[in-house]
Design a protein. Structure first.
Length: 204
């Protein structure tokens, strides 16, 4: 019996997250010395905002994935910040409902890769790399009520403006991805263990 092809779909909130996961994939190949991932297709889609997950994401999934790859085993990864859900009376989206809808449309599995608070907090694990990118004096920490505010303050020191969700040319490439990956390995496990060859798996 012919083996069913596999399609990996990674949905991100913003352009910066998309760049980050592109680099994660590149560095994973380097780290495990592999030429090809255990998937016939890996595609990344930027939805531009968590609020658009419930409508835009589902619409794009139906038009761009199901219509083209319905014969594939489709595995979806939803990558988003969690700060908008913490202690929120009215969260922006119903995550369980989206997962159910994706499976009803044809997704075999749906995984949630949740940034601890926000993607900026993830980047700040390598604050030295951010300072190097901005060409400012290195600091060990920066004040702020959340990762976005801290990132904005660092950018202000370089007379630049940080805009959440938009691409920041060169920033992600300056980060020590190995250091960051080690910090968030638990969140990445469902993705890494799906794309790595069967004989190269990350510990659970």
């Amino acid at each position: 019996m012919k083996k069913q092809k596999k399609c990996i779909v990674i949905y991100t909130e913003g352009e910066t997250e998309e760049e980050f996961y592109n680099l994660i994939l590149d560095k994973t190949k380097e780290k495990y010395k592999i030429r090809k991932f255990n998937a016939d297709l890996i595609t990344k889609k930027c939805i531009k905002g968590i609020c658009k997950f419930e409508n835009k994401l589902l619409s794009k999934f139906k038009k761009e994935i199901i219509s083209e790859y319905k014969e594939y085993r489709i595995i979806v990864y939803l990558c988003y910040d969690t700060d908008v859900f913490v202690d929120s009376v009215n969260p922006p989206i119903d995550r369980n409902k989206i997962e159910v809808s994706l499976k009803e449309m044809g997704a075999s599995e749906v995984f949630h890769i949740k940034a601890d608070k926000c993607i900026e907090d993830v980047f700040l694990y390598d604050i030295e790399g951010i300072c190097k990118f901005l060409k400012i004096k290195k600091v060990k920490s920066v004040s702020g009520k959340n990762g976005v505010e801290k990132m904005k303050k660092l950018f202000e020191r370089a007379n630049r403006v940080y805009q959440k969700g938009y691409s920041c040319e060169g920033l992600v490439k300056k980060l020590k991805i190995d250091l960051i990956e080690e910090k968030i390995e638990k969140q990445l496990l469902p993705l890494l263990n799906e794309i790595l060859p069967d004989d190269v798996k990350v510990k659970k």
